[in-house]
Structure formats: C-alpha cells, structure tokens
Design a protein around this ligand. Structure first.
Ligand code: PLP
Length: 353
C-alpha cells in the first residue's frame, strides 16, 4: 500500500485550450497578455511559461522577483504591474527589459529622474479607487512629458464579471474620455477575462487575461478548470438519523447515512467554512460535504455512492468538475481557491504531449 496523500494535478493542455478559446473572442489586432501573478494563479509559473510561450504576446506579474525569474524563460513582453518604488528597482527592471506600470506621481518621479520613457504603461483610475492617476493629474503629466512619447494607457474594471453593473459603463466612459485627449499612437488596455467575455469590443490593443486561462471564470462553460484537487478517503462509517458529524455538530443526519472521512483539511488549504452540501465527486458521482472542515480531514456524505471504499478519491474540482461549483456555492472566488493550496499537498504537473 502506498502512502496516502492529497494531490493537486495541473494540466497545461487545458490552459492552452483556454487561451485559444479566449483568443477567439478578441479582435485580431489585440495582443494577448497572460497574467501569471502569484505563481500563475497557483499553476507553477516556470512550467506554465514554457508551455504557453508560443501562444501569448506577453506576460503580466506583480512582483519584481517574479518578473526577473520570468525573463530567464521568455523573450516576450513582461509587464511589472505594480511598477517600481525605488531607483534600484527601476534600474533592475530596465536591465531585465521589463515594461513598467506607472500608477502614481511617486513612481513618475523615478521615471522623470532617469529621463527614461520606454515601455511605460500609465494606469488611470476610472472608478476602482485602488491604483491609478486621476484624469487631471495624468493630463498634466501628459502635456509636460508624453505628447511625443509612445506608451500604453491602462485601467482596470471593478465588476467586469457582472455585465449589468453600471460601474462598467462609467469606467469605459472615463477611459474613453481621457484617451480621446491623447495622441493617436497611444495604445490602450482595459480588458481582463470578464471584460473580454462581456464587452469584447473593449479588447483594444492589449488584453490582460488571468482567471480565464486557468478556467476559473464563472459563466463560461467552454473554459475548463486546469487543476484537479483530490484527496483519498481514509475512513467510512455508518451513522444513524439524528447523529451529528464534525466540530460543533454543525451537520445533523436527517436519515441513516454513510460518512466518508477525506484526507484533506484547512491545513491543506481547503477553506474552513465550506458549506454542508458543497458538491464533490467520488467515483464520478456527486457526494456532498457534511460537517465542518477540520484541520486535517473533511467529512463527506457518501450515502448514495455505489461501491465506495477507503483509498477512493474525493475530487473537489477538476476539468470535469469546475472549480466554480465550489466557489459559487460558498460565496468564494475561484482565484482564492486556486492560490491557497498549501505546500504539503503533493503538486504534480502533467507533461505536455
Ligand atoms: C489580475 C489582473 C488582471 C487579470 O484579471 P483576471 O480577472 O484574472 O483576468 C488584469 N489586470 C490587472 C491589473 C490585474 O491585476
């Protein structure tokens, strides 16, 4: 008998399929930037880059360390999305031929001091109020320094996944109003995954796509989850109607039941507050979380699963069982589920054939 462990399997062929699907949605002239911050949303950045480099026009990351590591693997454009905060970091970014986001005047001081205006992306605030210049502030910089320069104007949507949300329209309006005041060679970028799918006419010159390429976008069944998270059953027991399962007795049996205990808990990165009833798969059949997630194990109702036994896999999500099921039934986001899996889970990466 081999040692039991929880596993996270990553399938790059699915990431590739998702990229092709998303590229179909945008205009031919739009460039495709794969956003691979946070270790490619948990999919192992170094491997992913090797396996998608021929399909994309560039990459976006947040940390300078990530960008430098990435530069050793790809000659494509690399955008450092948080920009730099010191002259040392600025010089290091230049040495590595990175594109830089400039989102406030503190950062622009560094650019000015070095009198270096290549490969810059100016981020403007169109309503998210997180990062980015205000319109007047940016126009001031533009008039003084950028009228003859090539650069990209960017912004980020706060609710691109909800097409009916008014903020989208308002953000597009503010983006258009400002970009219309700039010279015609300025490039534009506002689209993330949700924007591509809900507002495809806003793909402009660069799309910046993260969650979609990993199959975590809710509301599109063409995009497949590229991760499989599975854990073996380590115990099975029968309980009587009225008995309680797990901490605080949250789950109470409404009938006689069969309960499987699975070898994964919140110490492995499963959220502690997963609801009873969350669908998981055992032997390709639906089973349901029953009882609070513990540190090392989770209990699952397998009353209706045929031939269920110790060592069978309990699959939390996979290409055939979208991560969005767990996300939406628990008011969680797939982004968070992907990046929270801990290092004690055995991670493996399928070879691209
Ligand atoms: C993370 C991020 C993206 C990608 O967003 P998705 O919703 O994952 O497609 C795009 N732009 C910026 C600035 C980001 O931080």
């Amino acid at each position: 008998m081999s040692r039991l462990s929880t596993e996270l399997l990553i399938e790059p062929s699915i990431v590739r399929d998702n990229i092709l699907e998303l590229k179909n949605q945008i205009e031919d002239k739009s460039n495709f930037m794969a956003i691979i911050k946070s270790d490619a949303y948990g999919h192992i950045l170094t491997n992913i880059v090797r396996d998608i480099d021929d399909l994309v026009d560039g990459y976006g990351v947040v940390r300078l360390e990530e960008a430098i590591e990435l530069r050793k693997l790809s000659k494509k454009k690399i955008l450092l999305m948080q920009g730099v905060y010191s002259n040392e970091d600025f010089l290091e970014a230049c040495e590595n031929s990175l594109d830089l986001v400039v989102h406030n005047s503190h950062q622009f001081e560094i650019i000015k001091k070095n009198n270096y205006f290549n490969n810059l992306w100016f981020k403007i605030n169109t309503g998210m109020n997180r990062l980015g210049f205000e319109e007047e502030e940016f126009l001031n910089i533009y008039k003084n320094y950028l009228t003859e320069k090539k650069f990209t104007l960017m912004s980020h949507l706060s609710a691109s996944n909800v097409p009916s949300e008014r903020s989208n329209e308002n953000q597009f309006k503010r983006f258009d109003r400002l970009s219309n005041k700039l010279h015609s060679e300025v490039l534009k970028s506002i689209a993330n995954t949700g924007c591509i799918l809900n507002f495809p006419d806003k793909s402009f010159d660069w799309v910046r796509v993260g969650i979609g390429i990993f199959g975590g976008y809710i509301g599109n069944s063409q995009l497949k989850t590229a991760m499989t998270l599975r854990s073996p059953i380590i115990n099975i027991r029968d309980i009587k109607k009225g008995e309680k399962v797990g901490y605080d007795g949250r789950a109470i049996a409404s009938k006689d039941m069969k309960i499987a205990t699975v070898y994964m808990g919140y110490a492995d990165g499963l959220p502690n507050n997963i609801n009873d009833g969350t669908i998981v798969k055992v032997n390709n059949q639906d089973a349901k979380v029953f009882g609070k997630v513990s540190m090392d194990v989770t209990t699952v109702d397998v009353t209706n699963i045929k031939n269920c036994k110790i060592e069978d896999w309990c699959v939390f999500f996979s290409p055939k069982h979208s991560i969005n099921n767990m996300a939406s039934s628990n008011k969680l986001i797939s982004y968070d589920l992907m990046i929270r899996i801990k290092s004690r889970v055995k991670r493996s990466y399928k070879k691209l054939v």
